[in-house]
Ligand binder design. Structure first.
Ligand SMILES: Nc1ncnc2c1ncn2[C@@H]1O[C@H](COP(=O)(O)OP(=O)(O)OP(=O)(O)O)[C@@H](O)[C@H]1O
Ligand SMILES: [Mg+2]
Length: 339
C-alpha cells in the first residue's frame, strides 16, 4: 500500500456503530443555496441540515431538480454564479467551510474532500493516458514525484478499485464505462480524503456494471474507512450500498434515517411513495407520483413543501412548515403527522 493510504482499525471502519457514539466528519447546518434569476431567487437548497459520520456512506436521494448536486457543490464551495450560499454552516471536522476564501479552500479541496462529479467518466481527458491523468492529480497537490514510486502508487490504487494493471498506459476511449468510472473513483481517493462525494456515479452504466461500481465504492469504504455521500436515483442500489439515507424534496431535507429502518418503516409520505414505486420482481407497481416537483422553487408555498402532492395532507400543512425532527432514535422526519 502507498504511504498515503492508511488502513483503519475494525472499530473505526464500522460506520454502523451505535447512535450517539459516532464522530461526524461533516455537519451541514441550515444550508441555503439560491440561484438568482431575473424573476426571483430559485431556492435550490433551503435550510438543509444533515451529518455524515466517520466511515459511513450517506445516500442522498430525491427526484431530478430537488437540489442534490447543488448541496454537493455547496459542500465543496464550488457553486457557480448566479448561484451562491446565502446561509448556513458547512462544518468539516468542526471547521466551517462556508466563510472561507479561495486560498483557504484550496488546501481543503481534494486533500480532505473529493468529488466524483455527475457524468465524471466523460470528463476524463481523451488525449491523456490513464496513468498520466492520475499522476497529474497527485503532482498538482504534492509536487513532482519519483516515477517508480508513482507507478507503484497508481498500480496500488488500481488494485483497490479493481482495475487491471494493463490499463496503465491506455487512453479513456479504450476502457469500458465501468472501468472509466473506477478510474474516477481512483482519482478521488488518491489524496486520501476524509469525505468523498459521488454524484450519481453509476447512472450512465448498465445494471450489471452499476453493481460492480457500487461494490467498488463499498470496498473503498471498508478498506480506507473513508466517509461518502452517494447521490443517486436508484433506491434499490442505495438499499445495497448506503448506511443511512437522506431524502430531499424541492430543496428540503424531508427524512434521514438508517437505510434498513427507512425501507422497513418510511415515515414521510414522500419517502413512502418513493419506496412504494420501486419496481418489484413479483409485481409491477405503478408510480404513484406524477413527474416533477409541482411548484416553482422561486415561490415555495407557506407550510410544508410537499403539501400539493401529499396524500395525507392536513390543514396545518398549508400554513406551518414542519421542522426536521428526531422522531425515533436516529430517525429524522419533517412532517406534521408526527407532531
Ligand atoms: N444556474 C442555475 N440557475 C437557476 N436555477 C438553477 C441553476 N442550476 C440549478 N438550478 C435549479 O436548482 C435546482 C436544483 O438543481 P440540482 O442540479 O441541484 O438538482 P439535482 O437534484 O442534482 O437534479 P438531478 O437529479 O437532475 O441531477 C433545480 O430546480 C434547478 O433548476
Ligand atoms: Mg444532480
Amino acid at each position: 500500500m502507498t504511504a498515503q493510504v492508511e488502513y483503519l482499525t475494525p472499530t473505526q471502519q464500522d460506520g454502523k456503530t451505535q447512535h450517539g457514539k459516532r464522530e461526524a466528519v461533516l455537519d451541514v447546518r441550515n444550508l441555503k443555496v439560491y440561484y438568482s434569476t431575473p424573476t426571483g431567487d430559485v431556492r435550490a437548497v433551503d435550510d438543509v441540515s444533515f451529518k455524515v459520520y466517520e466511515g459511513e456512506i450517506l445516500g442522498l436521494v430525491g427526484e431530478s431538480g430537488c437540489g442534490k448536486t447543488t448541496t454537493a457543490m455547496a459542500i465543496l464551495r464550488m457553486v457557480q454564479p448566479p448561484g451562491g450560499i446565502v446561509g448556513g454552516q458547512i462544518l468539516l471536522d468542526d471547521v466551517d467551510l462556508a466563510p472561507m476564501n479561495e486560498r483557504e479552500l484550496r488546501n481543503i479541496r481534494w486533500n480532505s474532500l473529493a468529488l466524483i462529479p455527475q457524468g465524471a467518466m466523460n470528463s476524463l481527458n481523451p488525449i491523456m493516458r490513464i496513468s498520466g491523468q492520475i499522476r497529474e492529480a497527485i503532482e498538482t497537490h504534492e509536487g513532482k514525484q519519483n516515477s517508480k514510486k508513482i507507478r507503484e502508487r497508481i498500480l496500488n490504487l488500481f488494485t483497490l478499485v479493481g482495475l487491471p494493471s494493463r490499463i496503465y498506459d491506455m487512453y479513456p476511449h479504450e476502457l469500458s464505462g465501468g472501468m472509466k468510472q473506477r478510474v474516477c473513483i481512483a482519482m478521488a481517493i488518491v489524496l486520501n480524503p476524509s469525505l468523498i462525494i459521488a454524484d450519481e456515479p453509476t447512472s450512465a452504466l448498465d445494471v450489471v456494471v452499476q453493481r460492480v461500481v457500487g461494490q467498488t465504492l463499498l470496498d473503498v469504504k471498508k478498506r480506507l474507512g473513508v466517509s461518502m455521500i452517494l447521490i443517486g436515483h436508484d433506491m434499490g442500489l442505495q438499499a445495497q450500498l448506503v448506511d443511512r439515507l437522506a431524502v430531499m424534496y424541492a430543496g428540503h431535507m424531508v427524512e434521514v434515517s438508517p437505510v434498513g429502518t427507512i425501507f422497513k418503516e418510511p415515515l414521510h409520505p414522500y419517502t413512502q411513495l418513493l419506496i412504494e414505486s420501486i419496481p418489484s420482481i413479483k409485481e409491477r407497481k405503478p408510480l404513484k407520483l406524477t413527474e416533477g416537483i409541482t411548484h416553482d422553487l422561486r415561490n415555495p408555498p407557506p407550510g410544508c413543501i410537499f403539501q400539493a402532492r401529499c396524500p395525507k395532507v392536513m390543514d396545518i400543512c398549508r400554513s406551518v412548515k414542519p421542522p426536521l425532527e428526531e422522531i425515533k432514535p436516529d430517525h429524522y422526519v419533517a412532517c406534521h403527522l408526527y407532531d
